[in-house]
Design a protein around this ligand. Structure first.
Ligand SMILES: N[C@@H](CCC(=O)N[C@@H](CS)C(=O)NCC(=O)O)C(=O)O
Length: 125
């Protein structure tokens, strides 16, 4: 019995590699959406970011050979296992609910601007 974040199916080295990869992607892109192609919540987030004119990097975990390791690494890093798992400006934002909430609060576009993920005069949604 390990902690709730233990990952008996992967080696420590696999997890280190996956975490390093996830952090490298997050630090080198203004917006990152860890996603799965069949996930409707992911589609919603990608749609909203597109409507806002944002540049964003999508990692479809169900299409990556190391997707399960990366998902496990994201759980250990962010305490979130589900997709979408969204980062803006290197900061963890959360899932679809969190992103939509930020948008409803009028906070999403400013975050995207701060991260230089949108042009100066993006379309309003
Ligand atoms: N409340 C979450 C729902 C996300 C969710 O349920 N995602 C599903 C896929 S549609 C998931 O990650 N399931 C676990 C998995 O795919 O490993 C959100 O707003 O992002």
């Amino acid at each position: 019995m390990g902690s709730m974040f233990s990952s008996p199916q992967f080696t420590k080295e696999q997890m280190e590699i996956a975490l390093t990869k996830a952090k490298q992607i997050v630090s080198s892109n203004p917006v990152v959406v860890f996603s799965k192609t069949y996930c409707g919540y992911c589609t919603r987030v990608k749609q909203l970011l597109s409507q806002l004119g944002a540049t964003f990097k999508v990692i479809e975990l169900d299409q990556e050979s190391d997707g399960d390791e990366v998902q496990q690494a994201l759980l250990e890093w962010t305490r979130q296992r589900t997709v979408p798992n969204v980062f803006i400006g290197g900061e963890h934002v959360g899932g679809c609910d969190s992103v939509l909430e930020k948008h409803q609060q009028g906070k999403l576009l400013p975050m995207l601007k701060d991260a230089a993920a949108v042009p100066n005069n993006p379309a309003k949604v």
